[in-house]
Ligand binder design. Structure first.
Ligand code: CTP
Length: 221
């Protein structure tokens, strides 16, 4: 069913330059997104992986486009989206970026330093805004509190078909490790119904990726 379908996957962190030697980023290692790209390719999909800077090999059969900043990831995804059957937005995109980037290394001084940051553009929300009825859009929510409320708000705000929640309160979930504990909230096809919730046990990121792709496949039936 996924055979010959075209999927976009985003993965990893983004880096927002302050000057030629410094940047703002986060702890994402890209493992979850790479596992999803690998699983989609294994099931016969044509996968384009738009990746922030990570230290991982490109999964077999996957075409990888490397980007650094949130803006570069936005440009790559928005350009690819019309040719895609769906997208899984797994990247931990920086929410803010410096207003100005120094082209020389900023020198240390004794005074406090204030950085002015501006919000980045929301890639998932833009893909959701322009999504066609034949396209599927999957997002992630990494939360530390108020998990269900935040995940459901992102599900509707970004016009996703389903969202994968990770809670940093769960041991073994989140950045860096080889395991994850996910809960999937799906948008019901019946508008009168409430969202559908499926909770999975602690498992490897490969197993979690298989569950996510099973959920995606169920939408294609
Ligand atoms: N996302 C994105 N582009 C952004 C920010 C987020 O594509 N600029 C995507 C992520 O890849 C993920 C989903 O949106 O699939 C939710 O990301 P998250 O960081 O949890 O949510 P935010 O909207 O940034 O909200 P907040 O950081 O306030 O929780």
């Amino acid at each position: 069913m996924l055979k010959s379908k075209k999927y976009l996957v985003t993965a990893g962190p983004t880096q927002e330059a302050i000057d030629p030697v410094r940047y703002i980023s986060n702890h994402s290692t890209g493992k979850m997104g790479y596992a999803i790209a690998a699983e989609l390719a294994r099931r016969g999909a044509q996968v384009i992986l738009v990746s922030g800077p990570v230290c991982l090999p490109t999964p077999t059969g996957v075409r990888r486009i490397d980007v650094v900043s949130a803006e570069e990831m936005y440009q790559a995804c928005v350009e690819l989206w019309p040719q895609m059957d769906g997208a899984v937005m797994c990247a931990a995109v920086a929410d803010y970026t410096p207003v100005s980037v120094s082209d020389v290394k900023a020198k240390k001084s004794a005074a406090d330093l204030t950085l002015t940051l501006k919000p980045t553009r929301d890639i998932a929300a833009e893909l959701g805004r322009t999504k066609r009825t034949d396209q599927l859009l999957v997002g992630f929510a990494l939360e530390t509190d108020n998990e269900k409320v935040n995940a459901l708000s992102k599900l509707t705000r970004k016009n996703l078909d389903f969202i994968v929640l990770n809670s940093l309160r769960d041991a073994g979930a989140g950045f860096g490790g080889d395991t994850n504990k996910i809960t999937i909230f799906s948008r019901p096809t019946d508008p009168a119904a409430t969202s559908l919730k499926t909770e999975f046990p602690l498992e490897t990121k490969q197993q979690a990726a298989a569950h996510i792709i099973n959920t995606l496949s169920a939408f294609l039936k």
